[in-house]
Ligand binder design. Structure first.
Ligand SMILES: *Cc1c(COP(=O)(O)O)cnc(C)c1O
Length: 223
């Protein structure tokens, strides 16, 4: 199915509850396909691998208004390049990473938008901080002047019932943070992928991250 049709399908499905941000999760997707996505109106792209992302940013540098989000695992030695080449980093899960991003962002016009990735699912071995650690990490990030904490991000359990509990927990964590005066301006709860974005939106997601449903299945080598 062509990209335009896939996107129309998604837009129809979310029409009664549109998120603030529909992020195209574009790992393994060629720059020329992202160019088509841009022509269809998509502006937010989420990448998982630094070098792949830099290559695409170069190839698409003529397009105005693209917002680049990093949604992959963060390697400590890549923090400087991430801070300088992305608008958002969604996978911050420990103070050391936040501090390194902050240092590298100094001197740039705008602060780096960051989300705390939460390992909300017991199954998630991909990273993220423990739910109990969120308040302390949020405070630590809010003290860093070149970062702007926007909210939380998570990948949830693949099974719908467990996912439901995970989404609910994330919404609770997010709303609890927003009750704290220093975090009253948090506006982003990034959760939901191709498999579960409607469920995520029912649980107050403000950003969904869609790969497969927009671009088709990733081949093994494209990962
Ligand atoms: C790849 C990826 C997605 C998109 O997953 P799909 O199932 O292809 O929609 C979302 N979030 C993260 C962090 C990803 O790495």
């Amino acid at each position: 199915m062509p990209l335009a049709e896939r996107l129309t399908h998604v837009q129809w499905a979310i029409a009664d509850r549109p998120p603030q941000c529909l992020l195209a999760a574009s790992k393994g997707v060629a720059a020329k396909t992202l160019r088509r996505a841009y022509a269809l109106g998509l502006r937010h792209f989420g990448e998982n691998y630094l070098q792949e992302a830099l290559d695409k940013q170069m190839a698409l540098s003529d397009l105005d208004g693209i917002v680049w989000h990093f949604i992959g695992r963060i390697q400590r030695n890549k923090t400087a390049a991430l801070a300088r080449n992305f608008d958002w980093v969604e996978s911050v899960d420990r103070p050391l990473i936040a501090e390194r991003l902050n240092t590298a962002r100094a001197g740039m016009a705008a602060p780096l938008n960051v989300l705390i990735e939460v390992a909300v699912s017991a199954e998630d071995s991909k990273g993220g901080c423990a739910p109990e650690e969120v308040p302390e990490l949020a405070i630590a990030i809010s003290r860093l002047s070149h970062l702007r904490l926007r909210g939380l991000m998570a990948l949830v359990h693949p099974q719908a019932e467990q996912a439901d509990a995970d989404f609910r927990r994330m919404a609770e964590l997010f709303f609890a943070l927003q009750q704290t005066p220093v975090h009253a301006d948090l506006d982003t709860l990034s959760m939901g992928t191709s498999a579960d974005y409607l469920q995520a939106l029912q649980h107050s997601a403000t950003e969904i991250r869609l790969g497969t449903i927009l671009f088709g299945a990733r081949t093994q080598e494209s990962l």
